[in-house]
Design a protein around this ligand. Structure first.
Ligand SMILES: Cc1cc2nc3c(=O)[nH]c(=O)nc-3n(C[C@H](O)[C@H](O)[C@H](O)COP(=O)(O)OP(=O)(O)OC[C@H]3O[C@@H](n4cnc5c(N)ncnc54)[C@H](O)[C@@H]3O)c2cc1C
Length: 401
């Protein structure tokens, strides 16, 4: 397996590194400090990054995007996350859903939605699945019963669908212009058969954003409620077939672009945070003295830094392998494993960095404390740590064939 990078991949990596160091890092802590949920967002950084191609990295070239491969996407995400994990995610969230547009939308929908997305530097994408009483339920329904899973209802009236209900925690909800929405089209069928995916623009009549969540970590990343009150969505916005949602494909193990990418995306983002934590720990251990010598001379500190690097490099290997597998259409359970590993690694590595900073970690060294807060978001992303154990079941199924 050859992991050397092409010139194009290297160029994207370096452009992202420069942007993270010069544009993202200088504003990261200041935005993280803003007390209100809306104040920590900044359109300038989105526009600047978009002009460099970071918003449209995953859109095929025929639609005016960058059309990069998965290896490039993993490299760019990790570099942007070294500057700020939540800002990196704000960009890559669009790659995830443009992958889904490419994988699941028809030619007319691609034309209608991808062109305006590419043209507008403030056009962000999202997807609403989670509801106040249906989170894990959507991915691991306890039984195949109509009672489990999301309840947002869609009923057909002529050429339109009328949507009623609400979603919560939805990324980019308060700032996005287009959303994939999973809705129940048959409330008497189990989740897998009774759900349909719709494309819902933010200006859809009857659709509005409710509360914006004030999170402890990833403060730049906007998460909000979506309220549907007789929202009218044209039939032309049904993605795929009625009763065949993206979720059905996910649950069947035949994962579409967006879902498949989600695990790689989060693992690559975690890698960037770990790189940042390793750098912070080395810098602190070299400059601060205890007992007249730099902290780095203490064997316990060396052991901690060694462990941070070891875990980070192991994660890098798996992330790059998964990206390579996606590019070569190799089917494996490694993306899920990488996501699970990244959760453990990011939480341990950022905590070790905090420990190395001593008392400063929780007080003046805000950069170290921020990484720990960001890392805990991984416990409840793309499902959560418990649900992700389903990966073990996929491995068992693959081994059986
Ligand atoms: C930063 C962030 C961004 C997000 N973005 C989006 C988004 O863009 N779109 C979207 O749709 N959602 C999004 N979510 C929601 C996320 O997918 C859910 O939080 C996640 O699926 C868990 O659901 P829940 O929060 O309702 O927890 P619950 O399902 O209520 O789970 C609570 C606890 O119970 C445990 N549990 C639940 N069921 C079982 C079971 N059967 N067996 C064992 N244990 C169980 C869980 O492991 C968990 O520890 C986001 C969440 C966060 C934090």
């Amino acid at each position: 397996m050859d992991f050397s990078l092409s010139n194009e991949q290297r160029n994207w990596q370096m452009t992202a590194r420069k942007f993270a160091q010069e544009e993202i890092k200088p504003i990261s802590l200041e935005l993280d400090d803003k007390p209100d949920a809306l104040g920590s967002f900044d359109w300038d950084i989105v526009e600047k990054g978009s002009k460099l191609g970071f918003r449209t990295l995953a859109v095929p070239k025929e639609f005016g995007g960058e059309g990069t491969d998965y290896v490039t996407q993993a490299l760019v995400m990790a570099e942007l996350a070294r500057g700020d994990s939540a800002i990196s995610k704000t960009f890559s969230q669009n790659w995830k859903w443009s992958h889904l547009i490419s994988a699941a939308c028809n030619a007319e929908q691609k034309e209608r939605f991808l062109r305006p997305f590419v043209a507008d530097h403030r056009f962000l994408l999202g997807k609403g699945i989670t509801e106040p009483s249906a989170g894990s339920d959507n991915r691991l329904p306890p039984k195949d019963t109509p009672k489990a899973g999301l309840k947002l209802r869609a009923e057909r009236k002529g050429d339109e669908w009328i949507l009623n209900g609400e979603k919560c925690f939805i990324a980019n909800a308060p700032v996005g212009k287009l959303f994939f929405i999973d809705a129940r089209t048959d409330p008497n069928a189990p989740l897998r058969q009774g759900t349909t995916m719709f494309l819902v623009p933010s200006d859809t009549p009857g659709f509005r954003i409710g509360k914006v969540f004030n999170k402890s970590g990833w403060r730049f990343y906007r998460n909000g409620e979506m309220i549907f009150e007789n929202a009218r969505v044209p039939h032309a916005n049904v993605v795929g077939q009625v009763g065949v949602s993206d979720m059905k494909a996910s649950l069947a193990g035949d994962r579409t672009g967006g879902d498949l990418f989600g695990d790689l995306e989060l693992a690559a983002n975690a890698l960037g945070v770990c790189d940042d934590a390793c750098e912070q720990a080395m810098k602190h251990a070299r400059t601060v003295k205890q007992g007249g010598v730099p902290l780095f001379e203490q064997q316990m500190v060396q052991l901690k830094i060694n462990r941070m690097h070891m875990l980070t490099e192991a994660l890098r290997s798996l992330v790059m392998r998964v990206a390579w597998e996606h590019d070569h259409k190799v089917h494996s359970a490694n993306a899920g494993l990488a996501m699970n590993l990244s959760t453990d690694v990011i939480q341990e590595v950022t905590e070790l960095n905090l420990e190395i900073h001593g008392g400063a970690g929780g007080t003046v060294a805000r950069h170290a404390e921020k990484l720990v807060r960001d890392s805990f978001i991984w416990s409840h992303l793309a499902g959560d740590t418990v649900q992700r154990l389903k990966v073990a079941a996929r491995i068992a199924r693959m081994a059986a064939h």
